[in-house]
Design a protein around this ligand. Structure first.
Ligand SMILES: C[S@@+](CC[C@H](N)C(=O)[O-])C[C@H]1O[C@@H](n2cnc3c(N)ncnc32)[C@H](O)[C@@H]1O
Length: 220
C-alpha cells in the first residue's frame, strides 16, 4: 500500500509524508501516543465513481476512524466545506458529528472560517467552511479562541486548507493539549504539515496522489 515514505527536517521538527491510502494506513499502523489530527476529507467530487450515498458512508466511517486514532489527550480537527448536490445541501458538519459520536468523541469547539467576506454572496459554494474539534477524553476547560476566522488565508490549490485555518488549528493544539505530533491523513500539498513544523510540532502526512505527496514533502 505504501509506495514511498520520506523524512524531512524543517528546523528541529520532523515531517514524514507517506503516499498511500489513509484508511488502510491508519487501520494497519499505531499512531504516535502524542498525536492530534488536523485534516480535510475529500469531497464526493474528488472520489470518482462513488455515489453520494457511498461517499457519505465512507466520510462518516473515516471521521470515526480518525477520531478513534487521536491520542487520549489529543483532538481531531476537521476542516470541511458543505456542497450542493442533487438539489440539496450536504452539511459536512453533520456528517462529522455522526462519525465522532460513533468513536465516542465529544465536540470541544466549532468555528466558522470565512471563505468570502462576511455579507457577500458566494458563487456555488458556501461562503464559509466548518472547523470542528472533537476529543475522546480531553475536557474543554480553557482554550476559548475566536469562533469566526474572518479570512481563510492563502491556498496553493483549489482544495487546499487555507493557511490561516491551519495556523488556528495547530496553534490551538500546541497551546491547549500536550500532543506534539500533528497527523493529516489527507494532506494534499501539505499546508497543515508545514504550519505544524513552523510551530515546532512533528508532522505526519498521508496522501494518495504521488505528485501532491511530493509537494507536501517539500512545502515550506
Ligand atoms: C480536501 S483535499 C485536502 C487538501 C489538503 N488539506 C491541502 O491543504 O492541500 C483531500 C486530499 O485527499 C487526497 N485523498 C483522496 N483520497 C485519499 C485516500 N484514500 N487516502 C489518502 N489521501 C486521499 C486527495 O488526493 C486530496 O489531496
Amino acid at each position: 500500500m505504501t509506495k514511498k515514505s520520506q523524512r524531512r527536517a524543517s528546523s528541529a521538527a520532523m515531517r514524514n509524508v507517506i503516499c498511500g491510502d489513509a484508511g488502510a494506513y491508519l487501520r494497519s499502523h499505531d499512531t504516535p501516543t502524542d498525536a492530534s489530527f488536523v485534516t480535510s476529507l475529500p469531497d464526493v467530487s474528488e472520489l470518482r465513481g462513488q455515489t453520494l450515498d457511498a461517499w457519505r458512508a465512507w466520510f462518516i466511517d473515516t471521521v470515526a476512524l480518525v477520531a478513534a486514532k487521536s491520542a487520549a489527550n489529543g483532538v481531531a480537527i476537521f476542516f470541511q466545506t458543505d456542497v450542493f448536490r442533487n438539489g440539496q445541501w450536504i452539511d459536512k458538519s453533520y456528517l462529522c458529528h455522526q462519525g465522532a459520536e460513533r468513536a465516542g468523541a465529544r465536540l470541544l469547539w466549532h468555528k466558522i472560517v470565512c471563505r468570502v467576506p462576511a455579507g457577500s454572496v458566494a458563487d456555488g459554494r458556501p461562503g464559509y467552511a466548518h472547523m470542528l474539534c472533537f476529543a475522546r477524553e480531553l475536557p474543554m476547560t480553557s482554550g476559548f479562541t475566536p469562533d469566526v476566522i474572518p479570512d481563510l488565508g492563502s491556498m496553493d490549490w483549489s482544495k487546499a486548507m487555507g493557511r490561516n485555518a491551519c495556523v488556528a488549528a495547530c496553534e490551538w493544539i500546541r497551546d491547549h493539549t500536550e500532543t506534539r505530533t500533528i497527523i493529516d491523513p489527507f494532506c494534499g500539498t501539505g499546508t497543515v504539515l508545514a504550519v505544524a513544523n513552523e510551530l515546532g510540532l512533528e508532522a505526519l502526512g498521508i496522501e494518495i496522489d504521488e505528485a501532491r505527496a511530493e509537494r507536501a514533502r517539500r512545502k515550506k
